[in-house]
Every structure is written in C-alpha cells, then in structure tokens.
Design a protein around this ligand. Structure first.
Ligand code: AKG
Length: 265
C-alpha cells in the first residue's frame, strides 16, 4: 500500500546520527524504515503477538477501550531486549537527551473499532517548559503495518517547538512498514489514530527519558532483580540500574549494579 501522508522524513537503517538528529530537531520526528527486518523481525513479531494475548484493554478513553496493552513487557519477556538496545535508536536518544533510561514501555494492540486517542505530548508528564529542551525521545515500533486506516500514529510535525494548542488537523498519520520505527521528540504532539479496519494494529512504544527524571514505569519494581542481573549491562542501565553522577540513584551507598551483584552473590 502506498504511503498517503509522508509528512515526516523517512530514512533507512544506514542513516547517520547527524541525519537523524537534523530531522528530529527540525520536524520533531523521523521514521527509520524497516529498522528490524528479515528473520529477526519475524521472530519478534511472533513473540509479540503471543505476548499481547496476555494484555488487557484500557479502562480509560486515553488508554483505549479497544486497545489491548502490556505495560511491563520487560518483566514478562526477553523479546524486546535487542529492540530497546537498537544501536541507531539508543545512540540517537543519548545524543539528544544524554544518559537515559526507559520510561513507559508498552506493547499496544489497537483493535478494530478503537477511536482516535487524545492528542498529547509524552514529556507532558514532567512539569517542565518546552524550552527546557529535549528530555525524552519516544520510539513507536510498527509490528503490523501502520496505515491511516488502521490507526497509524498521528503526529503534528514541528509541534515540539511551540507550546500552543495543536489542532487535530495538524496531526497526520505516519504510515510505516512492519519493522519500522517512528522516533519523536517527547514534546511532539501525537496520538494513536482510529482503527477503521477489521484487523489489529500491533505496535510497541518505548520511551527513553533522561536518567535524572523519574520514569513513567517503575521498572525497578516490575522487573525482578534476579532477571535484571542476567541482562546486558546497557539494558540494566536502561531499566534504572544507573548512576549519572555518584550521588544520584545509589542503593545503600553503592552503584545499583554493585548492589545487585552483592544481592545475587
Ligand atoms: O500507539 C500509538 O500510535 C501511540 C500511542 C501513544 O502515544 C500513547 O499511548 O501514549
């Protein structure tokens, strides 16, 4: 299916950080087409389709009364570990916001009949003015194809640069092939679209937030320490076992990684 609304720049997985940074700064978002592909993507999709069966539909219109979500995928599965560590995505997040960790991480299945979500800025959970600069980057992974008809994320390009009201007409659907990832500044206005088709629209949303901020999901409680202990150090850091400076984020006076090692000894 042709892309009907390419309002954001699309690049391929060979793009440089300089290119991605330029797009993110100018437009507030950029799509990396088929950032995960082939057998790796097929396995990921299969595992996510199974995982989302354990999810629940939302209790609020914002969460989506016909949207099935799994909010703690890192507690339940290892299938997103390499996705979270995708070098291009992680390098861009670090480039934009510095030392970072995962905020909200959600597998989201927008089901037939789901109406459009309320427009929002993900970084709006923090009482910071837009001028404070980027403190969050959100990655929205398309697991099914994202189309205007099935609820592709609707994004208002440039909205990260001004605090005023952004109308629905400024938000345009970002159509993507499976395995592609939409990267948006946390200040960019966006929302899941309405699903007017008869099939689900499976996606994964991974927020990367500055490590000095409290992440939306409390991963240090949801993912058991014994599980974290077995993960790559970079993923441990993303799940909250990090210290940007020595007096921030310690446990009993120790780096959380040292504390974890002592617990597991
Ligand atoms: O699923 C999407 O397309 C975006 C959803 C979203 O922005 C959210 O749930 O916060």
């Amino acid at each position: 299916m042709g892309r009907v609304t390419d309002q954001l720049p699309h690049v391929d997985a060979t793009a440089t950080i300089d290119t991605l940074r330029g797009h993110l700064q100018a437009a507030g978002g950029v799509v990396v087409d088929e950032a995960v592909s082939g057998a790796e993507f097929d396995a990921l999709r299969q595992q996510l389709k199974a995982l989302v069966e354990t999810g629940r539909v939302g209790a609020t219109t914002f969460g989506g009364l016909a949207t099935r979500r799994v909010f703690d995928p890192f507690a339940r599965s290892r299938c997103l570990d390499q996705v979270a560590l995708h070098p291009l995505v992680l390098d861009l997040a670090r480039d934009r916001i510095g030392a970072c960790q995962l905020g909200m991480t959600v597998v989201s299945d927008v089901l037939p009949g789901q109406s459009a979500q309320q427009r929002h800025r993900d970084a709006g959970v923090y009482p910071l003015p837009l001028g404070a600069g980027p403190v969050m980057m959100t990655a929205v992974w398309a697991i099914d194809e994202f189309t205007a008809a099935n609820g592709a994320t609707r994004v208002a390009p440039g909205s990260h640069l001004h605090a005023g009201r952004v109308g629905d007409d400024a938000c345009l659907p970002v159509e993507m092939a499976p395995g592609s990832v939409l990267l948006i500044d946390g200040r960019t206005v966006h929302a899941a679209g309405a699903n007017q088709t008869s099939g689900p629209r499976l996606g994964v949303i991974l927020e990367y937030v500055a490590s000095w901020l409290r992440p939306s999901e409390n991963h240090t409680l949801s993912v058991p320490p014994a599980t974290v202990f077995r993960l790559p150090v970079e993923l441990q850091e993303l799940l909250g076992y990090n210290q940007r400076v020595s007096y921030h984020g310690f446990v009993a006076g120790q780096h959380p990684r040292d504390w974890l090692a002592a617990q597991m000894a």
